[in-house]
Design a binder for this molecule. Structure first.
Ligand code: FAD
Length: 470
């Protein structure tokens, strides 16, 4: 029997730096670090394929940092934790809080069960700058508008905690009765579509740190404008690292803040504020992933069209900017924010397909799939959310493409069959004359799709549909 063992349950905090629960656990005794792949309590939000792939590599990275001492399990944490507590006589458990509704419900049940066994639970904030219950309006109700949430709520509240160092004297012990390995969790896909994805990421705590440093060195200056251009390197690509907790928002916040004050830094920090806003919304409105935040959208006349949905999913819409984004997503597990907004608007407004279809596809394909950010963002795009884009603002994918990818470098990268087209034609290839296309080996409808809808007519239909619920 191991003496004085305390348990640290890793969840969305797959790091050793700035990990409040791990620091506290380390100060109390020998730490048994565990990860449980919960395939029981998630309901319809089972982790998507791209996230599972990321998690596989992230757990390996964490295990290396922990000298191979991470014990992994698969199943229902409600049973697994009790089992560990009993057979290893654990008296105290530490974890950092998670905020998805199914996680909070599960954790509440686990706490109750552990109380019956006389085991103490200590939980910490390891993934948000401000707890959702701390940022409320003066009347005690949650904010529904981002600017006042961030300016009046967050920035008027306490400064985010400074990052903690790696725990000193971290004494680790693995579970001697558990023989499961990370590979036994079967997180990798059976058809190996993931081999190409590896080149785009450095997964794990070290990768996250390098990514942040690189961004601070060469991306932050110019962020405010540059973040709109998908071919420029002005975004941090930290979202999957933040989702899995390979880096904390506090580390990012303070590192960015240590740079000289500028409009770029301010804007970057406010994007972390959007992340806080999404979590705040999800916490206070737990139906956000499934129900329209604005009930009037319950009567919206969405269409059903599997063929159009599939063309959108596979990047075969005939609109190069949309197709570039959808293919970037498929090949890397990521899509640039500007393009997420444009492909989202195209799905819900031009194609009139329900935002749930987009949310589900992103959930499966994104390496940064995050219940709070994904559902809040899809509702924002659809116009049904809190502080959402007005429904009548319908992005024109051709104008967006000309404005934010003027040399079409992004399009050429992800839609190589059009790469020889001149910049003045590539954004709307159907406007080129046939012989010009043919000379470049392009035949619309054969080598690249014709547009699947008429932009003008679909815009009118979208506005008509919106007027019905206004
Ligand atoms: P940066 O510009 O470098 O921003 C830094 C960090 O701020 C990001 O890592 C992210 O944590 C946060 N952030 C930035 N923009 C937003 C935003 N609009 N909302 C919330 N947080 C933000 N983000 C996710 O993390 N997971 C999702 O599942 C997700 N789904 C989205 C779906 C749609 C339809 C849209 C329009 C946006 C979605 N976003 C999602 C938000 C945003 O697109 C990504 O967070 C961002 O593109 C990540 O890239 P980055 O790390 O380079 O961002």
């Amino acid at each position: 029997m191991i003496k004085d063992i305390v348990l640290h349950w890793f969840r969305q905090d797959l790091r050793t730096l700035d990990n409040p629960a791990l620091c506290m656990a380390a100060s109390q005794g020998v730490v048994l670090p565990i990860y449980i792949f919960d395939n029981t309590n998630t309901g319809e939000y089972q982790m998507g394929s791209a996230s599972r792939w990321w998690l596989h590599h992230s757990l390996h990275a964490l295990n290396n940092t922990l000298d191979g001492k991470l014990s992994v399990y698969i199943g229902d944490p409600k049973d697994i934790i009790i089992d560990i507590v009993q057979h290893l006589d654990v008296k105290t458990i530490y974890w950092n809080r998670c905020y998805e509704p199914w996680q909070t419900a599960r954790d509440k049940q686990i706490r109750q069960k552990l109380k019956n066994y006389g085991t103490r639970v200590h939980s910490f904030n390891g993934s948000l700058l401000w707890e959702p219950w701390d940022i409320l309006k003066k009347d005690g109700t949650p904010y529904k508008v981002f600017t006042s949430f961030y300016r009046n709520g967050c920035l008027n509240s306490v400064t985010p905690r400074k990052p903690l160092s790696k725990p000193k004297n971290l004494r680790l012990q693995s579970d001697p009765t558990n023989s499961k390995t990370i590979d036994n969790l079967n997180l990798l896909p059976s058809i190996r579509w993931d081999t190409k994805m590896e080149q785009h990421w450095k997964i794990g705590e070290q990768g996250a740190k390098k990514n942040l440093q690189q961004f601070l060195r060469s991306g932050l200056e110019g962020y405010k404008q540059g973040r709109n251009f998908p071919n420029k390197k002005h975004v941090s690509r930290l979202s999957p690292h933040l989702h899995f907790g390979e880096i904390s928002p506090n580390q990012v916040w303070h590192a960015a803040n240590s740079k000289h004050a500028s409009k770029d830094t301010e804007h970057f920090l406010s994007e972390l504020g959007w992340r806080e806003f999404s979590y705040n919304l999800l916490y206070h409105f737990p139906k956000l992933p499934s129900k329209n935040f604005q009930p009037k959208f319950n009567h919206f006349p969405w269409k059903t069209n599997k063929r159009l949905l599939q063309r959108w999913q596979t990047g075969q819409t005939g609109f190069p900017f949309i197709d570039a984004g959808m293919r970037e997503l498929w090949q890397t597990g990521y899509m640039h924010n500007r393009v997420r907004m444009v492909v989202g608007s195209f799905l819900v407004k031009n194609l009139l397909l329900h935002w749930h279809h987009g949310e589900k596809w992103f959930w499966d394909c994104l390496v940064d799939a995050d219940l709070a950010n994904n559902s809040a963002s899809w509702q924002w795009v659809a116009g049904s959310g809190a502080d959402a884009a007005p429904y009548f603002r319908i992005f024109n994918p051709v104008l967006q493409s000309k404005k934010f990818d003027p040399e079409a470098l992004y399009i050429r990268k992800w839609v190589p069959e059009l790469k020889k087209l001149k910049s003045n034609l590539i954004h709307a290839p159907w406007e080129a004359n046939k012989s010009e296309l043919k000379d470049l080996g392009i035949v619309l409808g054969k080598t690249y799709p014709k547009p699947i809808i008429d932009l003008k007519a679909s815009r009118t239909s979208a506005l008509d549909a919106y007027n019905k619920i206004r």
